[in-house]
Ligand binder design. Sequence first.
Ligand code: IPD
Ligand code: CA
Ligand code: CA
Length: 261
Amino acid sequence: MENSIEFIAKDVCRLAVSVGAYLREEQQKLKKSAIEMKGARNYVTYVDKEAEKRLVEQLKEILPDAGFLTEEATVEYVRREYTWMIDPLDGTTNYVHGDTPFSVSIALMKNDEIVLGVVYDPVADELFSAVGGDARLNGEAIRVSDKEALKNGYIGFGIPYSLSAEGETVLRNAIALFRECSFRMKGSSALEICYVACGRFDAYFHSGLSPWDVAAGSFILKRAGGKATDFSGGDNYLFGKEIVASNGKIHDDILSKIIGK
Ligand code: IPD
Ligand code: CA
Ligand code: CA
C-alpha cells in the first residue's frame, strides 16, 4: 500500500487542481445572495459544498474503502484504516469578498498518521504536496527557512472565529513583538502552513482550527524539515484546535514569547 500511496498522490494532485479550477471560475460568478453565514464572520457558499461533493465522489473512486472527515459534512464522518480529511475551500472569507488566497486541502490519514497531503492555490497555481520523501511545490523540492531568531521574522497567524482568554493573550503577546517581526494574516491556514514549508514564512500560529485546516499542511511542513506542535509544544495539533508551525529553529521562541508557554 505504501507504494500505491505514491501512485494515488498523482490522482489526488490532479483532482485538487481540477476542483481548484472550479473554485477560481465560480468566484467570478458568485452572487451576494449565495453567501450564507455559519456564525459571526464565518461564511459558507454552494461552492464549498459542491467542491466537497466533487472531491468525495472522486476520492471514493481513488480509494474505495477509505473513510471521510470533511468540513461541510456532505458525507458522514467515518474513521477507517484510511481516512480522507478534506477542506474543499480553505479561505472562504477571502473568497466571498473577491479576495485571495484560498485553497483546496486534502490529507489522507492511515490509522492516526497522515501519509499524504495536497494543498492547491488555484489563483497562484501553486500545488504543495507530500507523500514519502521531500515535500514539493509544483514538483520542486521545498525546505523551511533557516532563520535562527524571531527578530526580523516573517510570521503568519490567524484569528479564530471565537476567541478565548488564552487566544487574547496570544494576540497581545504578538502585538508586543510587532516592531521586531513582520506579521501577516493571509486567511487560508492550510496554505499558510505550506508557506512555512517552502520557507516563505518562518512560522505560523493559530488557535480554534479544525483537523481539515491543518492535516495536509502540517504533513507537508514536516516533510520539508519543519515542526508542528500544539500550543504546549505537544503532538495534539491535528484534533487539538491549535497549531504552531515553524522552521524548527524558532519554534521554542514562538512558544515562549508569543504563545506564553
Ligand atoms: C478558515 C481559514 C482561516 C482561519 C479560520 C478557518 P475556512 O477556514 O483557514 O485562515 O483563520 O479559522 O476556519 O472557514 O475558510 O475553511
Ligand atoms: Ca478551513
Ligand atoms: Ca472551508
